[in-house]
Design a protein. Structure first.
Length: 366
Protein backbone atom coordinates (compact mmCIF):
# COMPACT_ATOMS: atom_id res chain seq x y z
CA UNK A 1 0.00 0.00 0.00
CA UNK A 2 3.04 2.28 0.49
CA UNK A 3 2.96 3.50 -3.09
CA UNK A 4 -0.34 5.32 -2.48
CA UNK A 5 0.54 8.60 -0.85
CA UNK A 6 -2.57 10.65 -1.55
CA UNK A 7 -6.31 10.06 -1.72
CA UNK A 8 -6.04 10.92 -5.42
CA UNK A 9 -3.59 8.00 -5.88
CA UNK A 10 -6.14 5.63 -4.36
CA UNK A 11 -8.92 7.08 -6.50
CA UNK A 12 -6.94 6.61 -9.71
CA UNK A 13 -6.01 3.06 -8.78
CA UNK A 14 -9.63 2.25 -7.89
CA UNK A 15 -10.86 3.61 -11.24
CA UNK A 16 -8.50 1.21 -13.01
CA UNK A 17 -9.88 -1.78 -11.08
CA UNK A 18 -13.62 -1.25 -10.69
CA UNK A 19 -16.13 -2.56 -13.25
CA UNK A 20 -17.70 0.31 -15.18
CA UNK A 21 -21.19 0.22 -13.63
CA UNK A 22 -19.80 0.17 -10.07
CA UNK A 23 -17.23 2.88 -10.81
CA UNK A 24 -19.89 5.11 -12.37
CA UNK A 25 -22.28 4.50 -9.46
CA UNK A 26 -19.64 5.34 -6.87
CA UNK A 27 -18.18 8.42 -8.49
CA UNK A 28 -21.28 10.12 -9.91
CA UNK A 29 -23.04 13.23 -8.70
CA UNK A 30 -26.49 14.51 -9.60
CA UNK A 31 -27.23 15.71 -13.16
CA UNK A 32 -24.53 18.15 -14.41
CA UNK A 33 -22.25 17.44 -11.42
CA UNK A 34 -21.56 21.12 -10.77
CA UNK A 35 -21.87 20.71 -6.99
CA UNK A 36 -19.72 17.58 -7.16
CA UNK A 37 -16.82 19.77 -8.30
CA UNK A 38 -17.78 22.59 -5.96
CA UNK A 39 -17.53 20.32 -2.91
CA UNK A 40 -13.78 20.23 -3.62
CA UNK A 41 -13.25 23.67 -5.15
CA UNK A 42 -14.87 25.43 -2.20
CA UNK A 43 -12.22 23.98 0.12
CA UNK A 44 -9.55 25.38 -2.20
CA UNK A 45 -11.03 28.87 -1.86
CA UNK A 46 -10.15 28.86 1.84
CA UNK A 47 -6.64 29.62 3.04
CA UNK A 48 -4.97 28.50 6.26
CA UNK A 49 -3.22 31.19 8.35
CA UNK A 50 -0.44 29.42 10.29
CA UNK A 51 0.92 30.82 13.53
CA UNK A 52 4.73 30.77 13.82
CA UNK A 53 7.07 29.76 16.65
CA UNK A 54 4.33 28.19 18.72
CA UNK A 55 6.68 25.95 20.66
CA UNK A 56 5.29 22.75 19.23
CA UNK A 57 6.46 19.83 21.34
CA UNK A 58 3.58 17.44 20.76
CA UNK A 59 0.37 17.06 18.77
CA UNK A 60 -2.88 15.25 19.43
CA UNK A 61 -5.55 14.40 16.89
CA UNK A 62 -7.93 12.77 19.36
CA UNK A 63 -11.37 14.14 19.95
CA UNK A 64 -14.74 12.95 21.22
CA UNK A 65 -17.93 12.47 19.29
CA UNK A 66 -21.23 11.91 21.11
CA UNK A 67 -19.18 10.94 24.14
CA UNK A 68 -16.94 8.41 22.34
CA UNK A 69 -13.21 9.01 21.92
CA UNK A 70 -11.97 8.79 18.34
CA UNK A 71 -8.30 8.77 17.31
CA UNK A 72 -8.79 11.57 14.80
CA UNK A 73 -11.61 13.80 13.58
CA UNK A 74 -12.19 11.80 10.38
CA UNK A 75 -14.87 9.11 10.15
CA UNK A 76 -16.44 7.01 7.43
CA UNK A 77 -19.76 8.07 5.90
CA UNK A 78 -22.33 5.51 4.81
CA UNK A 79 -22.04 4.39 1.22
CA UNK A 80 -24.34 1.71 -0.14
CA UNK A 81 -23.40 -1.69 -1.54
CA UNK A 82 -19.70 -1.90 -0.70
CA UNK A 83 -19.24 -5.50 -1.88
CA UNK A 84 -19.20 -4.13 -5.41
CA UNK A 85 -15.85 -2.56 -4.49
CA UNK A 86 -14.34 -5.59 -2.76
CA UNK A 87 -15.60 -9.10 -1.90
CA UNK A 88 -15.41 -8.31 1.84
CA UNK A 89 -17.24 -5.00 1.40
CA UNK A 90 -18.57 -3.41 4.57
CA UNK A 91 -16.85 -5.97 6.84
CA UNK A 92 -13.41 -4.94 5.56
CA UNK A 93 -14.30 -1.26 5.84
CA UNK A 94 -15.47 -1.55 9.45
CA UNK A 95 -12.39 -3.58 10.41
CA UNK A 96 -10.22 -0.77 9.10
CA UNK A 97 -12.23 1.75 11.13
CA UNK A 98 -11.79 -0.41 14.23
CA UNK A 99 -8.04 -0.71 13.69
CA UNK A 100 -7.71 3.04 13.18
CA UNK A 101 -10.04 4.08 16.00
CA UNK A 102 -12.53 6.01 13.88
CA UNK A 103 -16.31 5.91 13.39
CA UNK A 104 -17.79 3.64 10.73
CA UNK A 105 -21.32 4.33 9.47
CA UNK A 106 -23.20 1.43 7.88
CA UNK A 107 -25.74 2.17 5.15
CA UNK A 108 -29.27 0.76 5.33
CA UNK A 109 -28.75 -0.55 1.80
CA UNK A 110 -25.56 -2.45 2.50
CA UNK A 111 -24.35 -5.75 1.11
CA UNK A 112 -23.30 -6.96 4.59
CA UNK A 113 -25.86 -7.12 7.38
CA UNK A 114 -25.93 -5.17 10.62
CA UNK A 115 -24.99 -8.37 12.48
CA UNK A 116 -22.13 -9.30 10.09
CA UNK A 117 -20.64 -5.84 10.50
CA UNK A 118 -20.97 -5.96 14.29
CA UNK A 119 -19.32 -9.37 14.39
CA UNK A 120 -16.48 -8.31 12.08
CA UNK A 121 -15.53 -5.37 14.29
CA UNK A 122 -17.11 -5.62 17.74
CA UNK A 123 -14.97 -2.80 19.14
CA UNK A 124 -15.43 -0.31 16.32
CA UNK A 125 -17.59 2.73 17.04
CA UNK A 126 -20.42 2.03 14.63
CA UNK A 127 -23.31 4.22 13.55
CA UNK A 128 -26.27 3.00 11.52
CA UNK A 129 -27.55 5.15 8.66
CA UNK A 130 -31.31 4.92 8.39
CA UNK A 131 -33.60 5.27 5.40
CA UNK A 132 -37.24 5.16 6.47
CA UNK A 133 -39.26 2.62 4.50
CA UNK A 134 -42.98 3.03 3.79
CA UNK A 135 -43.36 -0.01 6.01
CA UNK A 136 -42.62 1.32 9.50
CA UNK A 137 -42.34 -2.19 10.92
CA UNK A 138 -39.43 -2.86 8.52
CA UNK A 139 -37.85 0.40 9.67
CA UNK A 140 -38.43 -0.30 13.36
CA UNK A 141 -36.78 -3.72 13.05
CA UNK A 142 -33.66 -2.18 11.49
CA UNK A 143 -33.30 0.26 14.37
CA UNK A 144 -33.85 -2.47 16.96
CA UNK A 145 -31.22 -4.69 15.33
CA UNK A 146 -28.68 -1.86 15.19
CA UNK A 147 -29.26 -1.04 18.84
CA UNK A 148 -28.97 -4.70 19.85
CA UNK A 149 -25.77 -5.11 17.79
CA UNK A 150 -24.08 -2.29 19.70
CA UNK A 151 -24.29 0.55 17.20
CA UNK A 152 -23.88 3.90 18.94
CA UNK A 153 -26.05 6.27 16.91
CA UNK A 154 -28.64 6.45 14.17
CA UNK A 155 -27.73 8.74 11.28
CA UNK A 156 -31.12 9.59 9.82
CA UNK A 157 -30.76 10.68 6.22
CA UNK A 158 -33.03 13.69 5.77
CA UNK A 159 -32.15 14.78 2.23
CA UNK A 160 -33.68 11.93 0.26
CA UNK A 161 -37.45 12.11 -0.36
CA UNK A 162 -36.49 10.48 -3.65
CA UNK A 163 -33.09 9.54 -5.04
CA UNK A 164 -31.20 12.10 -7.09
CA UNK A 165 -30.83 11.77 -10.85
CA UNK A 166 -27.47 10.29 -11.68
CA UNK A 167 -27.18 10.09 -15.42
CA UNK A 168 -24.55 7.36 -15.57
CA UNK A 169 -26.80 5.04 -13.54
CA UNK A 170 -29.68 5.75 -15.93
CA UNK A 171 -27.47 5.01 -18.95
CA UNK A 172 -26.04 1.86 -17.35
CA UNK A 173 -29.51 0.77 -16.14
CA UNK A 174 -27.69 0.24 -12.86
CA UNK A 175 -28.64 -2.78 -10.76
CA UNK A 176 -26.84 -4.67 -8.03
CA UNK A 177 -24.87 -7.62 -9.47
CA UNK A 178 -26.81 -10.89 -9.12
CA UNK A 179 -24.42 -12.52 -6.65
CA UNK A 180 -25.02 -9.71 -4.12
CA UNK A 181 -28.10 -8.72 -2.15
CA UNK A 182 -29.20 -6.02 0.24
CA UNK A 183 -28.16 -7.94 3.30
CA UNK A 184 -30.32 -6.23 5.92
CA UNK A 185 -33.46 -7.66 4.35
CA UNK A 186 -35.12 -10.87 3.26
CA UNK A 187 -37.34 -11.49 0.29
CA UNK A 188 -38.19 -8.81 -2.21
CA UNK A 189 -36.73 -5.95 -0.13
CA UNK A 190 -33.39 -7.66 -0.53
CA UNK A 191 -33.55 -8.69 -4.19
CA UNK A 192 -35.95 -6.25 -5.86
CA UNK A 193 -32.90 -4.15 -6.61
CA UNK A 194 -31.94 -6.74 -9.24
CA UNK A 195 -35.00 -5.91 -11.33
CA UNK A 196 -34.13 -4.32 -14.59
CA UNK A 197 -36.42 -1.85 -16.23
CA UNK A 198 -36.25 1.69 -17.46
CA UNK A 199 -33.36 3.70 -16.06
CA UNK A 200 -31.58 3.15 -12.75
CA UNK A 201 -32.71 0.03 -10.89
CA UNK A 202 -31.61 1.68 -7.66
CA UNK A 203 -33.84 4.70 -8.18
CA UNK A 204 -36.74 2.39 -8.99
CA UNK A 205 -36.13 0.49 -5.75
CA UNK A 206 -35.79 3.56 -3.58
CA UNK A 207 -38.61 5.52 -5.10
CA UNK A 208 -41.00 2.59 -4.61
CA UNK A 209 -40.04 1.61 -1.08
CA UNK A 210 -38.77 4.66 0.81
CA UNK A 211 -41.26 7.04 2.40
CA UNK A 212 -41.09 10.43 0.74
CA UNK A 213 -43.79 11.96 2.91
CA UNK A 214 -41.49 12.21 5.95
CA UNK A 215 -41.59 15.24 8.25
CA UNK A 216 -39.63 16.17 11.36
CA UNK A 217 -42.25 14.27 13.37
CA UNK A 218 -40.48 11.12 12.26
CA UNK A 219 -37.67 12.01 14.66
CA UNK A 220 -40.20 12.01 17.51
CA UNK A 221 -41.31 8.55 16.41
CA UNK A 222 -37.69 7.36 16.16
CA UNK A 223 -36.99 8.65 19.64
CA UNK A 224 -39.96 6.67 20.91
CA UNK A 225 -38.47 3.41 19.63
CA UNK A 226 -34.75 3.86 20.40
CA UNK A 227 -32.48 5.28 23.06
CA UNK A 228 -29.68 5.83 20.57
CA UNK A 229 -28.75 9.43 19.76
CA UNK A 230 -29.97 10.62 16.36
CA UNK A 231 -27.84 12.51 13.88
CA UNK A 232 -29.66 14.38 11.09
CA UNK A 233 -27.64 13.69 7.94
CA UNK A 234 -28.05 16.01 4.98
CA UNK A 235 -28.66 19.45 6.49
CA UNK A 236 -27.64 22.50 4.43
CA UNK A 237 -29.57 25.34 6.14
CA UNK A 238 -29.50 26.94 9.56
CA UNK A 239 -33.28 26.81 9.98
CA UNK A 240 -33.35 23.08 9.21
CA UNK A 241 -30.59 22.56 11.77
CA UNK A 242 -32.75 24.24 14.40
CA UNK A 243 -35.72 22.07 13.42
CA UNK A 244 -33.52 18.99 13.79
CA UNK A 245 -32.37 20.04 17.25
CA UNK A 246 -35.90 20.89 18.36
CA UNK A 247 -37.06 17.50 17.11
CA UNK A 248 -34.47 15.91 19.41
CA UNK A 249 -31.39 15.26 17.25
CA UNK A 250 -28.03 15.17 19.03
CA UNK A 251 -25.92 15.77 15.94
CA UNK A 252 -26.18 17.57 12.61
CA UNK A 253 -24.23 16.22 9.65
CA UNK A 254 -23.89 19.01 7.10
CA UNK A 255 -23.97 17.03 3.89
CA UNK A 256 -25.22 17.22 0.33
CA UNK A 257 -25.03 13.43 0.00
CA UNK A 258 -21.76 13.67 -1.89
CA UNK A 259 -23.49 16.01 -4.40
CA UNK A 260 -25.67 13.09 -5.48
CA UNK A 261 -29.09 14.47 -4.62
CA UNK A 262 -29.61 17.96 -6.06
CA UNK A 263 -27.14 19.67 -8.32
CA UNK A 264 -26.70 23.40 -7.76
CA UNK A 265 -26.76 23.23 -3.97
CA UNK A 266 -23.94 24.78 -1.96
CA UNK A 267 -20.72 22.97 -1.32
CA UNK A 268 -20.90 21.60 2.21
CA UNK A 269 -17.98 23.72 3.45
CA UNK A 270 -19.95 26.79 2.25
CA UNK A 271 -23.09 25.69 4.11
CA UNK A 272 -21.26 24.82 7.33
CA UNK A 273 -20.91 28.33 8.88
CA UNK A 274 -24.66 29.02 8.60
CA UNK A 275 -25.45 25.78 10.40
CA UNK A 276 -22.79 26.27 13.09
CA UNK A 277 -24.07 29.79 13.75
CA UNK A 278 -27.73 28.70 13.90
CA UNK A 279 -27.18 26.05 16.57
CA UNK A 280 -24.43 27.69 18.59
CA UNK A 281 -26.63 28.05 21.66
CA UNK A 282 -27.86 24.47 21.58
CA UNK A 283 -26.21 21.38 22.94
CA UNK A 284 -25.59 19.70 19.58
CA UNK A 285 -22.55 18.57 17.61
CA UNK A 286 -22.05 19.60 13.98
CA UNK A 287 -20.16 17.46 11.46
CA UNK A 288 -19.51 17.74 7.72
CA UNK A 289 -18.99 15.45 4.76
CA UNK A 290 -18.55 16.07 1.02
CA UNK A 291 -15.39 16.51 -1.00
CA UNK A 292 -12.96 16.09 1.90
CA UNK A 293 -9.81 14.91 0.09
CA UNK A 294 -6.79 15.83 2.20
CA UNK A 295 -5.68 16.92 5.66
CA UNK A 296 -6.05 20.61 4.84
CA UNK A 297 -9.74 20.08 4.02
CA UNK A 298 -10.30 18.43 7.40
CA UNK A 299 -8.50 21.31 9.08
CA UNK A 300 -10.60 23.94 7.30
CA UNK A 301 -13.85 22.23 8.28
CA UNK A 302 -12.75 22.09 11.91
CA UNK A 303 -11.78 25.76 11.82
CA UNK A 304 -15.28 26.61 10.58
CA UNK A 305 -16.84 24.78 13.51
CA UNK A 306 -17.24 21.13 12.51
CA UNK A 307 -16.51 18.74 15.36
CA UNK A 308 -15.31 16.20 12.82
CA UNK A 309 -15.64 15.26 9.18
CA UNK A 310 -16.67 12.11 7.38
CA UNK A 311 -15.52 10.72 4.05
CA UNK A 312 -17.56 8.56 1.68
CA UNK A 313 -15.82 7.94 -1.62
CA UNK A 314 -12.25 7.87 -0.27
CA UNK A 315 -13.20 4.75 1.73
CA UNK A 316 -14.62 3.14 -1.41
CA UNK A 317 -11.38 3.83 -3.30
CA UNK A 318 -9.33 2.33 -0.46
CA UNK A 319 -11.66 -0.67 -0.32
CA UNK A 320 -11.42 -1.30 -4.05
CA UNK A 321 -7.62 -1.05 -4.01
CA UNK A 322 -6.90 -3.22 -0.98
CA UNK A 323 -9.91 -4.18 1.16
CA UNK A 324 -9.22 -3.56 4.84
CA UNK A 325 -5.59 -2.59 4.15
CA UNK A 326 -6.69 -0.13 1.49
CA UNK A 327 -9.14 1.62 3.83
CA UNK A 328 -6.47 1.70 6.52
CA UNK A 329 -4.12 3.28 4.02
CA UNK A 330 -6.75 5.89 3.19
CA UNK A 331 -7.19 6.73 6.88
CA UNK A 332 -3.43 6.71 7.36
CA UNK A 333 -3.00 9.29 4.61
CA UNK A 334 -5.52 11.60 6.29
CA UNK A 335 -3.86 11.01 9.66
CA UNK A 336 -0.39 11.81 8.35
CA UNK A 337 -1.53 14.93 6.51
CA UNK A 338 -3.42 16.13 9.58
CA UNK A 339 -0.41 15.58 11.82
CA UNK A 340 1.67 17.75 9.51
CA UNK A 341 -1.04 20.39 9.20
CA UNK A 342 -1.66 20.76 12.93
CA UNK A 343 2.03 21.16 13.70
CA UNK A 344 2.99 23.49 10.87
CA UNK A 345 -0.11 25.63 11.43
CA UNK A 346 0.94 26.05 15.06
CA UNK A 347 -2.19 24.43 16.49
CA UNK A 348 -1.14 21.08 17.98
CA UNK A 349 -4.54 19.90 19.20
CA UNK A 350 -7.99 19.81 17.67
CA UNK A 351 -9.20 22.34 20.26
CA UNK A 352 -6.57 24.84 19.02
CA UNK A 353 -8.10 25.02 15.53
CA UNK A 354 -10.11 28.20 15.84
CA UNK A 355 -12.04 30.26 13.28
CA UNK A 356 -9.18 32.75 12.80
CA UNK A 357 -6.98 29.97 11.39
CA UNK A 358 -8.59 30.32 7.98
CA UNK A 359 -9.72 33.05 5.66
CA UNK A 360 -11.65 33.06 2.39
CA UNK A 361 -9.52 33.84 -0.67
CA UNK A 362 -11.71 36.86 -1.48
CA UNK A 363 -10.48 38.59 1.70
CA UNK A 364 -6.94 38.61 0.31
CA UNK A 365 -7.91 40.52 -2.82
CA UNK A 366 -9.72 43.40 -1.07
C1 LIG B 1 -23.48 7.72 -0.68
N1 LIG B 1 -24.11 8.42 0.36
C2 LIG B 1 -25.07 7.78 1.10
N2 LIG B 1 -25.69 8.44 2.12
C3 LIG B 1 -26.62 7.83 2.87
O1 LIG B 1 -27.16 8.46 3.78
N3 LIG B 1 -26.96 6.52 2.62
C4 LIG B 1 -26.40 5.79 1.62
O2 LIG B 1 -26.71 4.62 1.43
C5 LIG B 1 -25.45 6.45 0.80
N4 LIG B 1 -24.88 5.78 -0.25
C6 LIG B 1 -23.89 6.40 -0.98
C7 LIG B 1 -23.28 5.70 -2.01
C8 LIG B 1 -22.23 6.28 -2.71
C9 LIG B 1 -21.55 5.50 -3.80
C10 LIG B 1 -21.79 7.59 -2.38
C11 LIG B 1 -20.62 8.22 -3.10
C12 LIG B 1 -22.42 8.30 -1.39
C13 LIG B 1 -23.63 9.75 0.75
C14 LIG B 1 -22.47 9.61 1.73
O3 LIG B 1 -22.94 9.16 2.98
C15 LIG B 1 -21.73 10.93 1.97
O4 LIG B 1 -22.65 11.93 2.32
C16 LIG B 1 -20.89 11.38 0.77
O5 LIG B 1 -20.28 10.27 0.15
C17 LIG B 1 -19.82 12.37 1.23
O6 LIG B 1 -19.12 12.85 0.14
P1 LIG B 1 -17.69 12.29 -0.37
O7 LIG B 1 -16.84 12.07 0.83
O8 LIG B 1 -18.00 11.02 -1.10
O9 LIG B 1 -17.23 13.36 -1.27
Amino acid sequence: MDKYISIKDLEEAAFAILPKAAKDYYKSGATDEFTLGENKRAFQRLRIRPKCLMGITYFDLQTTVLGETVSMPVGISPTAMQRMAHPDGETANVKAAQAEGVIYTLSTISTSSIEEVAEAAPKAIKWFQLYIYNDREVTRRLVMRAEKAGFKAIALTVDTPIFGLRRADVRNKFTLPRHLKLANFDGHLSTKIHSTGEGSGLNNYVNNLFDKSLTWEEVTWLKSITKLPIVAKGILRGDDAIKAVKAGCSGILVSNHGARQLDGVAATIEALPEVVEAVKNYNVEVYLDGGVSNGSDVYKALALGARMVFVGRPALWGLAVGGEDGVRRMLGIFRNELEYTLQIAGTPTVADITRDMIRHESEYSK
